[in-house]
Design a protein around this ligand. Structure first.
Ligand SMILES: *Cc1c(COP(=O)(O)O)cnc(C)c1O
Length: 379
């Protein structure tokens, strides 16, 4: 099955009870048994639920994995991965990661004796400098948020294999429509399904996908033992989202390209960060590991004026000023005052999050309306 067919049919079967084409929302915590242990494969919904199971099968299918696991949020999924580790273990992570991942690693798991190295991975060879005998996991996010840096998954996987380290890739920004990390050698793919997978800004959810049975069993154990699962209603919504992922992503990419090119040609814009530009520092890697470049774009205005950036995001009408990304509707964000406000100015500026940086999640509206909106807001 090819990707577009998988989004609709991958891992799915019609409901055995009445042949429902979409899996029903099994809004139940428990299941009747005829005799102790006499059940139909479902005992308690923290452990298994038919709607969640249909979704988990879909996750596995679209990422070319064998096993999928759904969680109550992206961070709950990351939390489960780190729980594979023991005190004394070390993790090498991208330095330019989602703020919530950074908070989970440093404020929760460092307290349990796990050591994190946050390193630049623009050149994957740099990772090897931080490998010790205790390194158990490499954590990669590509493209990164909000600077749209690209990390070479294949080269990172080669290092991970050489030292027998697990490689996990946060594939939230790219989605499997653009990039399939398991095929490039990663062991674990993670998603905030809140974003493109759900796609309609109506749920919060996380996912893990793996190929290896032993790794899957360890993660299922953690999922059940820690209990950070998602409910049947959200599972249904995410499954519905997946069925249009390919169509949405195609439009996100088309609109993203149009918006990136419009901004790059605008006399008031200093720089546009988007991996589809040939002058992006890792364009060659983006081109080889992604099938297109997505709808996430960041840009800075000439003069780098904080107040001007605020004025632009306030003036945008179709681009809603909001946290999050990946929905059908276009969103704007001002990292310096929103997602990255808690990071000291000198620190955030080191990674490029300057005062005038604006991040766009380009939706699937009409391209002309999006460009006209930017035109009236930027002036
Ligand atoms: C949003 C996000 C997360 C966290 O996911 P939640 O669903 O909000 O818990 C992790 N990684 C990336 C790249 C994200 O954008």
């Amino acid at each position: 099955m090819k990707f577009n067919t998988k989004t609709i049919h991958g891992g799915q079967k019609h409901d055995p009870a009445y042949g429902a084409v979409m899996p029903p929302i099994y809004q139940t915590s428990t299941y009747a048994q005829t005799t102790p242990g006499g059940h139909k494969g479902f005992e308690y919904s923290r452990t298994h639920n038919p709607t969640r199971e249909a979704l988990e099968n879909a996750f596995a299918s679209i990422e070319n994995g064998k096993y999928g696991l759904a969680f109550g949020s992206g961070l709950a999924a990351i939390d489960a991965v780190i729980k594979l580790l023991q005190p004394g273990d070390e993790v090498i992570s991208t330095n330019d990661i989602y703020g919530g991942s950074y908070r989970l690693f440093t404020k929760i798991f460092e307290g349990f004796g796990i050591k994190f190295h946050f390193v630049g991975m623009g050149n994957a060879a740099n990772i090897e400098n931080y490998v010790t005998k205790n390194t158990k996991l490499i954590w990669v996010e590509t493209p990164t948020n909000p600077m749209m840096n690209i990390i070479d998954i294949k080269a990172t996987a080669a290092i991970a294999k050489k030292y027998n380290i697990l490689l996990a890739v946060d594939n939230t920004f790219a989605t499997p429509y653009l990039q399939q990390p398991l095929d490039l050698g990663a062991d674990i793919v993670m998603h905030s399904a809140t974003k493109y997978i759900g796609g309609h800004s109506d749920l919060v959810m996380g996912a893990l996908i793996v190929k290896d049975k032993d790794l899957a069993d360890r993660l299922y154990f953690i999922q059940n033992a820690s209990g950070a699962i998602c409910g049947p209603q959200d599972s249904f919504l995410a499954l519905r989202g997946i069925k249009t992922l390919h169509v949405r992503m195609q439009r996100h990419c088309e609109n993203g390209k149009a918006v990136a090119e419009y901004l790059a040609a605008h006399p008031k814009i200093e720089k546009v960060y988007w991996p589809g530009f040939e002058d992006h520092p890792n364009y060659d890697i983006a081109k080889s590991q992604m099938s297109d470049y997505g709808g996430m774009i960041s840009f800075v205005t000439k003069g780098n004026n904080y107040d001007e950036a605020i004025r632009i995001v306030e003036k945008l009408k179709i681009f809603t000023l909001a946290e999050s990304l990946g929905g059908v509707e276009s969103l704007s964000g001002h990292p310096a005052s929103m997602t990255h406000a808690s990071i000291p100015k000198e620190e955030r500026e080191k990674t490029g999050v300057v005062d005038s940086l604006i991040r766009l999640s380009v939706g699937i509206e009409d391209e002309e309306d999006l460009i006209n909106d930017l035109k009236q807001a930027i002036g």
